[in-house]
Design a protein around this ligand. Structure first.
Ligand SMILES: [Zn+2]
Length: 313
C-alpha cells in the first residue's frame, strides 16, 4: 500500500500488488477531509487511515463510496465510528444487502474446495474479514451532486449502472482529478457486476470529455484520460467479439477461449475476460442488467481460462 500525492490537495492510496480486491482509495484534503472508498478489511483500512492521518490529523468529515463492492466499503465502519459521514448512491446502499463478510471469511478457511472456488478462496486469503460490520452510506444521493469543500467543490457524478448499479465518481474539477471507482480498471482486466455495456461505455466517454489530467482508478496505477478511452475500446471490442461468437452458437467459455486479446493480454488477470463475455451474453439473451449474474459459472470459467493462459504464456 502506498500513498501518492496526485495534485495540490488530492491524494491516492494505492494497492498495486494486483489481484482481486487490491483496490485504491482517494483523499481530498479540503473541507474537513473527503475520503473516496475504504478497503476490503479492517487491517488494511486501519493502514489506510494511518496514511491519511499523516496528511491531516483530523477525523475526515466525509467518506464517499463509489459503489457497494466490499473491496471499497467493508472498512467503512472505522470511519463511521469516528463520526465521518458516509455518502453514496441510493443503489450502492441497497446493494449492501448482497454483501456477506462472514461467508467470505468461511470461504478463506474452507478446505477441499472444487478448483474454481479454490482459485477464489486463494485470492481471498490475504484478506482478513473478521469483525466486519456492514456499514452502508447513510447520506444518499440519486443524481449528480456537488459537495462544498469551502474553497472549491467536489462533484459526485452518477454514472451507473456501469460496473455496478450505484456507480458514482468524484470529480475535483479545479485540480483536474477524477476518482473513478471501478468505472476504470487501469492496466488490469475489468470485472463487472450489475450494469450494461452501453452505460459503462457512456460513463467512460463522459469522464473522458471532462479531460481530467489525473485519473485515480478503482484498481491499477494512476492514469490519464487515455486510460479511460483504452478501457472503452476494450469493452467495445469484447462486446463485438462476443456477439459474433454468440451468433455462431458458441458458449461463453468457447467465446472467451477464442477471443484474441492482443495488447490487452498484457493486462493483469486477462482471464477475467469471462466477466465481460458473460455480461454480453446476458444482454444478447435480453436479461435485465439488475438480475444477479451466475457468479459461480463466471468464476469457474475464469479459473479455466487462467490455466489456459498460464500454459500458453
Ligand atoms: Zn473494486
Amino acid at each position: 500500500m502506498e500513498l501518492a500525492q496526485v495534485s495540490t490537495n488530492a491524494y491516492a492510496c494505492l494497492q498495486l500488488e494486483g489481484g482481486l480486491g487490491a483496490s485504491n482509495s482517494g483523499f481530498i484534503n479540503l473541507g474537513g477531509g473527503l475520503v473516496v472508498d475504504s478497503f476490503w478489511d479492517l487491517p488494511r483500512t486501519r493502514e489506510l487511515i494511518k496514511h491519511y492521518s499523516g496528511i491531516s490529523s483530523d477525523t475526515p468529515r466525509r467518506l464517499i463510496n463509489t459503489h457497494h463492492n466490499g473491496d471499497h466499503t467493508w472498512g467503512n465502519q472505522l470511519f463511521a465510528e469516528a463520526g465521518t459521514e458516509v455518502i453514496g448512491h441510493r443503489l450502492c446502499a441497497e446493494y449492501f444487502a448482497t454483501e456477506n463478510p462472514s461467508g467470505m471469511q468461511m470461504l478463506t478457511k474452507a478446505e477441499g474446495l472444487p478448483p474454481a472456488m479454490e482459485g477464489l478462496a486463494k485470492a481471498l486469503r490475504r484478506f482478513d474479514f473478521e469483525g466486519i460490520e456492514l456499514t452502508p452510506p447513510t447520506t444518499l444521493i440519486d443524481e449528480d451532486t456537488e459537495i462544498d469543500l469551502g474553497s472549491t467543490t467536489a462533484k459526485l457524478l452518477y454514472v451507473g449502472p456501469a460496473h455496478t448499479a450505484g456507480d458514482i465518481v468524484v470529480h475535483l474539477e479545479d485540480e483536474g482529478v477524477i476518482f473513478t471507482g471501478d468505472v476504470l480498471f487501469n492496466q488490469c482486466t475489468p470485472v463487472g457486476w450489475e450494469g450494461t455495456f452501453d452505460n459503462w461505455i457512456l460513463a467512460l466517454e463522459r469522464l473522458a470529455e471532462l479531460e481530467p489530467e489525473i485519473v485515480v482508478p478503482g484498481h491499477g496505477p494512476v492514469g490519464t484520460t487515455e486510460d479511460l478511452l483504452e478501457l472503452k475500446e476494450y469493452l467495445e471490442y469484447v462486446l463485438a467479439e462476443a456477439r459474433s461468437h454468440y451468433d455462431r452458437g458458441h458458449t461463453t467459455l468457447e467465446a472467451a477461449q477464442a477471443i484474441e486479446l492482443g495488447r490487452w493480454s498484457e493486462w493483469e488477470e486477462p482471464e477475467r475476460l469471462a466477466f465481460q463475455v458473460n455480461r454480453a451474453y446476458r444482454e444478447f439473451d435480453g436479461i435485465q442488467w439488475d438480475e444477479r449474474p451466475d457468479t459461480s459459472k463466471i468464476f469457474s470459467e475464469v479459473a479455466q481460462l487462467r490455466d489456459e493462459f498460464t500454459k500458453s504464456a
